[in-house]
Design a protein around this ligand. Structure first.
Ligand code: ADP
Ligand code: MG
Length: 471
């Protein structure tokens, strides 16, 4: 059960957050409605207790049933944890899928400063894990991300000592649109060019800072931070805590004023980072702000194509037709992450069942990723409500036996809409419209059909009503 809880946490929080806080949490015991967990440090204990207690309790209740309380203990330093010690590399990101699309190369767990150093800086400044797949070469450029891509390239290509073009560069976009990919691509490229690069998620930044405070190495941490050429902070929306924000602000100011490049990514623009200190916000907004938009069809198609090409390298026997690529690109519309997931899933499905990858197979394998396109179910009440509102006729009148023209026509339109937009039968519709005979309904439907063919204005009105109902 504990493994399942961890899995769910990882899925919910993302790999970075999960590995920062939960990778080294162990289940010690579970009895009398109390779940005993152990963690390696006091800091982690306090952190998890203050931020994740309720969520953990909920998950434990789901998995263990009766749980009233969670107790944390701090493990002695001697006892090794049974989880992985090193931060989990991005290899864990798509847990079940990565082995299928990518040959099992283990990413180096952390990329720190560009050269190994003998002083203690490395420990103080270990970066968040970088995924070797996130390079400029694997990033597919399109209309929705071309500005972000160009800005990222520019930042990466700046030589040490050259004036920085825009500072900070701030990328924002919804989840899965390639922010992390671009940040890490910058990190890889700049690192290869010999610059001192630090890539940190905001959560890691907090963790490192608080850890440095605890071990009284805060000064070294701050000094080290200010000595780098390029700082990349991912998921800025998670930066919390007054003191930490203050520290971040100092770092930001001193880097920018010292002409060192800062790149920040977040899921929203700076003005919407409500929990962030006003000074940090305005400093962040002072550089270049770039939004990455949802990928259009063309870009989706090329991302899928690139993924398929990569998969075929690993599985030469694989055949994926252009029709399948089109199908995925047209139907998986949400994000780069889902496109990745879709291709991985097709390959996994194929590897596990031997079934060739076809559009039919994709329909089944991707069902839950696909845009929900079920037609909206229209109810007769909705039709009556909207028609009576639109024609300013009371619902009672609509259902009454009154035969004045102002009531008859809207009533007929409503019955026509009921017939065309719902699966209800003529007798049923008659009953719902003040117990009329089904021939009356049929007459109304025919009448409106006839009028719509002849009267443009009425046709437009009916069309409008349909759209209001169909949403
Ligand atoms: P974000 O950080 O914005 O949530 P990620 O950078 O983690 O998104 O992207 C999610 C996945 O989609 C990654 O596997 C990434 O490689 C892929 N992806 C997103 N956009 C692109 C793109 N334009 N080209 C190639 N891969 C992309
Ligand atoms: Mg990200």
């Amino acid at each position: 059960e504990w493994d399942r809880i961890k899995k769910r946490l990882r899925a919910e929080l993302g790999e970075d957050v999960f590995s920062s806080w939960f990778a080294r949490v162990d289940l010690e015991a579970h009895n009398d409605g109390i779940v005993h967990l152990s963690v390696p440090t006091r800091f982690l204990k306090n952190w998890i207790q203050s931020k994740y207690r309720d969520r953990l309790l909920g998950l434990c209740q789901d998995e263990f049933g009766m749980v009233q309380q969670i107790e944390f203990s701090v493990r002695s330093a001697i006892r090794p944890s049974n989880g992985a010690e090193a931060p989990q590399g991005a290899g864990e990101r798509s847990v079940d899928l990565r082995p299928i699309t990518v040959p099992p190369t283990r990413p180096s767990p952390t990329v720190v400063l560009s050269e190994p150093r003998s002083d203690s800086r490395e420990d103080v400044l270990a970066g968040s894990p970088l995924d070797p797949r996130y390079s400029f070469a694997t990033f597919v450029e399109g209309r929705s991300n071309s500005l972000a891509f160009a800005a990222a390239r520019r930042v990466a290509d700046t030589k040490p000592g050259e004036p920085v073009a825009f500072n900070p560069l701030y990328l924002h976009a919804a989840v899965g649109l390639g922010k992390t990919h671009l940040l890490q691509a910058i990190a890889h490229a700049a690192k290869a060019a010999g610059r001192k690069v630090l890539y940190l998620t905001a959560e890691h930044f907090m963790y490192r800072f608080v850890a440095a405070l605890k071990s009284q190495s805060a000064i070294q941490f701050k000094d080290a931070l200010r000595g780098i050429d390029l700082l990349l902070i991912d998921d800025m929306q998670f930066l919390q805590g007054k003191q930490i924000q203050q520290e971040f602000c100092h770092t930001l100011n001193s880097l920018i004023d010292g002409a060192r490049q800062v790149v920040v990514a977040a899921d929203r623009p700076p003005v919407e980072l409500e929990t962030l200190d006003e000074r940090v916000r305005s400093r962040l907004a002072g550089g270049l702000l770039v939004e990455v938009q949802q990928p259009d069809l063309d870009l989706r198609r090329r991302i899928v194509g690139a993924r398929v090409t990569a998969a075929v390298k690993t599985y030469p026997a694989l055949t994926v037709t252009p029709a399948v690529v089109d199908y995925v690109a047209e139907n998986v519309v949400s994000s780069g992450r889902d496109l990745d997931g879709a291709v991985n899933r097709l390959v996994a499905h194929n590897q596990l069942t031997g079934e060739p990858i076809s559009v039919e197979m994709a329909e089944v394998a991707l069902r839950d990723l696909l845009r929900v396109r079920e037609p909206k179910k229209v109810k007769i009440e909705d039709i009556q409500r909207i028609v009576s509102k639109h024609y300013n006729v009371s619902k009672a009148d609509l259902l009454s036996a009154r035969r004045t023209r102002t009531v008859v026509r809207p009533r007929q339109i409503a019955m026509y809409l009921a017939k065309t937009l719902t699966p209800r039968s003529l007798p049923e519709i008659g009953r719902r419209f003040g117990n009329r005979d089904h021939t009356t309904v049929l007459h109304a439907v025919r009448k409106i059909e006839e009028l719509v063919g002849a009267d443009r204005v009425l046709a437009d009105e009916v069309d409008l009503l349909k759209r209001m109902l169909d949403g």
